[in-house]
Write a protein that binds this ligand. Structure first.
Ligand code: MTE
Length: 330
C-alpha cells in the first residue's frame, strides 16, 4: 500500500453531499412529523436521490431511501467527492484515482452471494433475496486506512450478524471468511502479471468480531447505492479495524473452523496482521500509526489528527481482545 498526495475538492464537486445533507434534514423533519402522528408523505423520490449514482435497480434504491437515519458523529462527514475519488480497490489499479476512473467495468447487478461452510443452510442467493426482509440503517463511521489517512462516512447497511443467523452457523463456526469477485473482464487488474495480490481478494474475522453489532454489510453510501469504486453492490465495514479488512464486492461468505488466509497477511505477514485493529501504539514497520491525515486535507491544511485505539470504538469492542497481547496479535 502506498501514500499519494490528495487534492482539495472544488465547491461544484461536493453537490451530491449537499443533496444528501438536505435529505437528512428532511428525514429528521419527517421523524418529528411521525412523532406528531403525521405521515412524511413527500420524502424525496429514490430516483432523484440516485440521480448521479450508479444504476442500481429500483428495489435497492427504494430500500436505501427508506433506511433509518443514523447517529451523527461530532466529526464532519468526508465530502462525497473525496469518499468516491480517493479509494483503494486494487482490482482496478494502484493509484487512489484508479477505482473511480476504471471501475465502470464492474457489473454489480444482478449479483449473487454464496453462503458456505459451517452453516446448516448453505446456498447461493440473489442479492435481492438476501436483502428481503432486511431493514437498512445508516451508520456513520470513521474509516482509518493502515496507510494513515482517514475519513468519516455515512454507510447504509445492516449488521452482519443478522445475515449470519439466518443460515444457522454450526458449533464449529469459529471464523468468517469473505471473498471478492474474481473476474478478469470486470476487474482488469486481476489480469496483471505484476500484481502482488493473489486474487480473489480475501479477508476474515473471528466469529465474535463478525457478530459484533458494529460490524455491518453495506449496500449504500451517502444515501444512495454504493458506487462501484466503493465496493458495489455489497461490502463489509468493520470500523475499529484498518480499512483493508473492509472487503469490497463480496461474492462468498464462508463460516470456518480454522482461521482463514487473508490477502494482506499472506503478502506481508510482518506488516499486516489478521486482526488489524487500529492501534496508535503499534507502528507499521515502515511508518508510525500514532496520527492520521483526515481527508480532505491540503498542503496548507494537513489536517493531522491523533489516532485513537480501536479507531475510537474501544468502549464497544476492547473486551473482545481482553488478555491478548496486541503487539503480537496486530
Ligand atoms: N476490497 C477489495 N476487494 N480490494 C481492495 O483493494 N482495499 C481495502 C478495502 N477493501 C480493497 C478492499 C483497503 S486497503 C481500504 S483502505 C478500503 O477498502 C478502502 O475503502 P474505500 O475505497 O471505500 O474508502
Amino acid at each position: 500500500m502506498r501514500i499519494t498526495r490528495f487534492k482539495t475538492p472544488t465547491a461544484s464537486e461536493i453537490t451530491p453531499e449537499a443533496i444528501y445533507l438536505k435529505r437528512r434534514e428532511f428525514m429528521a423533519a419527517g421523524a418529528t412529523l411521525g412523532a406528531m402522528g403525521l405521515s412524511p408523505s413527500s420524502w424525496a423520490a429514490p430516483s432523484q436521490l440516485n440521480a448521479d449514482g450508479p444504476a442500481a435497480p429500483p428495489w435497492l434504491q427504494n430500500k436505501i431511501a427508506h433506511a433509518k437515519p443514523g447517529k451523527a458523529l461530532s466529526e464532519a462527514l468526508t465530502p462525497y467527492k473525496d469518499a468516491t475519488h480517493y479509494n483503494n480497490f486494487y482490482e482496478f489499479g494502484y493509484d487512489k484515482s484508479d477505482p473511480a476512473a476504471k471501475a465502470n467495468t464492474l457489473k454489480p447487478h444482478p449479483w449473487q452471494v454464496e453462503i458456505a461452510g459451517e452453516v446448516a443452510k448453505p446456498g447461493k442467493f440473489n442479492l435481492e433475496d438476501l436483502l428481503a426482509g432486511v431493514d437498512l440503517e445508516e451508520r456513520i463511521y470513521r474509516l482509518r486506512c493502515v496507510e494513515a489517512w482517514s475519513m468519516v462516512l455515512p454507510w447504509v447497511g445492516f449488521p452482519l450478524v443478522d445475515l449470519l443467523k439466518r443460515f444457522e452457523p454450526t458449533s464449529k463456526a469459529k471464523y468468517v471468511a469473505f471473498t471478492t469477485l474474481e473476474d478478469k473482464q470486470q476487474m482488469p487488474e486481476q489480469k496483471s502479471a505484476l500484481s502482488t495480490i493473489r486474487w480473489p481478494y480475501s479477508e476474515g474475522l473471528r466469529i465474535d468480531e463478525a457478530t459484533h453489532p458494529l460490524c455491518i454489510l453495506a449496500v449504500g453510501l451517502y444515501g444512495r447505492a454504493l458506487p462501484n469504486q466503493n465496493g458495489a453492490p455489497l461490502r463489509l465495514v468493520v470500523p475499529w479495524k484498518y480499512g483493508f479488512k473492509s472487503i469490497k464486492s463480496i461474492v462468498k461468505i464462508t463460516l470456518m473452523e480454522q482461521q482463514p488466509k487473508t490477502s494482506w497477511s499472506q503478502i506481508a505477514p510482518k506488516e499486516y496482521g489478521f486482526f488489524a485493529n487500529v492501534n496508535p501504539k503499534v507502528d507499521h514497520p515502515r511508518w508510525s500509526q500514532a496520527k492520521e491525515r483526515r481527508l480532505p486535507n491540503s498542503l496548507l491544511n494537513p489536517n493531522i489528527v491523533a489516532t485513537t485505539p480501536f479507531n475510537g470504538y474501544g468502549e464497544e469492542v476492547a473486551s473482545l481482545y481482553a488478555g491478548m497481547d496486541l503487539t503480537r496479535y496486530f
